[in-house]
Design a binder for this molecule. Structure first.
Ligand code: ACO
Length: 335
């Protein structure tokens, strides 16, 4: 394998531990058949999803993120006080402010961390990983906690069969540190195209359409998606981003031991794997069990891949994502 210099100035940075949490409650396709006019056959054949997890009404995004964070810190063997930075990637924060990151900080007892949320829809995890990477690489912080947590069930229109069957709730977390002798994160590509923001959005509740009885009756407080348009852009953009991230790392698809693509649709995953030439065996998939968890999809996927032995020491891992904004990203890590 070619030798790759540390990415830009600063120290190399590794993901030293991961954690994830899925709510206990399972919503199957059979359950959805009783809620909207759909069928298990349609959902499986069009998306690959068989079931998804749904948070309990009293469980908020910070509760999911907290549990994932505890598991990541336990795996790292690190006390909460050692964390100096917490970023939470989410489009379903507990509230506008304070940030979900501050709520998790308090519950964890990570009193030495500065905290903020960041929003890049489904791409949020890789955006947050890259921000944390730069803080650790520069030596500004030694230990960063990146959390991606979503309660998608709180923003889905449960009467719209074209979207409500797609999403699930969950959270993942990663601890980043510099470790001597490890190359860690090798490259990242991040991108956005705001001209296509109207194709995937939640229009109500912000300063453009503050909540009123009218915005509620107009249905502005739930997720809207032009699925077919998003599909087309997702395949092309993720394939290009993955290729560019590998090029920047001085690697090729043949070097990739595990690709974790965003889990929006099995057909999108298969199309990207086919375009890139990644064999099925090297492509991690959990959409059948989890649905699309937005930013949490990659975070949960990475943790599951590590814990099930799909990723081993020194493996090259490629993560690639696409989401609302539009936003996208790809990251290459030597594990
Ligand atoms: N059950 C049964 N029929 C359905 C359902 C359903 N749940 N949903 C839609 N249909 C029907 C439609 O009404 C339509 O019927 P018609 O032909 O009579 O009009 C037909 O199925 C086909 O609908 P399409 O929307 O064209 O179906 P498509 O094959 O495109 O699949 C899907 C829809 C699954 C949404 C797909 O387009 C997709 O996965 N898009 C990309 C999603 C994505 O990548 N999102 C990005 C991340 S999300 C984020 O950032 C938060």
């Amino acid at each position: 394998m070619p030798s790759v210099p540390a990415p830009g100035p600063g120290r190399s940075v590794s993901v030293i531990a991961t954690g994830s949490y899925l709510p206990d409650r399972v919503l199957s396709n059979a359950d959805l058949e009783k809620m909207v006019e759909t069928s298990d056959e349609w959902i499986v054949s069009r998306t690959g999803i068989r079931e998804r997890r749904i948070a309990l009404p009293g469980q908020a995004t910070s509760d999911l993120g907290l549990e994932a964070s505890r598991r990541a810190l336990a795996q790292a063997g690190i006390a909460a006080e050692e964390v100096e930075m917490i970023i939470v990637a989410t489009i379903t924060p507990d509230m506008f402010f304070p940030s979900t990151a501050c709520l998790i900080q308090h519950a964890l007892g990570a009193k030495n961390a500065f905290c903020f949320d960041m929003e890049a829809a489904c791409s949020g995890y890789l955006y947050a990983i890259e921000i944390a990477h730069r803080f650790v690489a520069s030596g500004t912080v030694n230990t960063a906690l990146v959390v991606a947590a979503e309660k998608m069930s709180s923003i889905v229109d449960w009467k719209d069969r074209s979207t409500c069957v797609l999403f699930g709730d969950g959270a993942g977390a990663a601890v980043l540190r510099s470790r001597p002798g490890e190359r860690g994160i090798l490259s990242s590509v991040l991108g956005a195209d705001g001209s296509l923001s109207h194709l995937l959005s939640l229009p109500g509740g912000g300063s453009r359409h503050p909540p009123t009885l009218q915005t509620i009756s107009d249905g502005l407080h739930t997720l809207k998606m032009a699925g077919r348009e998003v599909f087309k852009h997702a395949v092309n953009t993720m394939s290009s981003a993955a290729t560019e991230a590998l090029r920047r790392a001085g690697l090729t698809v043949a070097d990739v031991a595990c690709m974790i693509p965003h889990q929006a649709n099995q057909r999108i995953i298969s199309a990207i794997a086919g375009k890139l030439g990644v064999p099925d065996a090297n492509c991690f998939v959990n959409i059948d069990k989890c649905g699309n968890m937005s930013a949490a999809s990659l975070a949960v996927g990475l943790d599951q891949a590590v814990r099930t032995g799909r990723i081993r020491k020194k493996d090259i891992v490629l993560m690639v994502v696409f989401g609302g904004g539009f936003t996208w990203g790809a990251t290459v890590i030597e594990w």
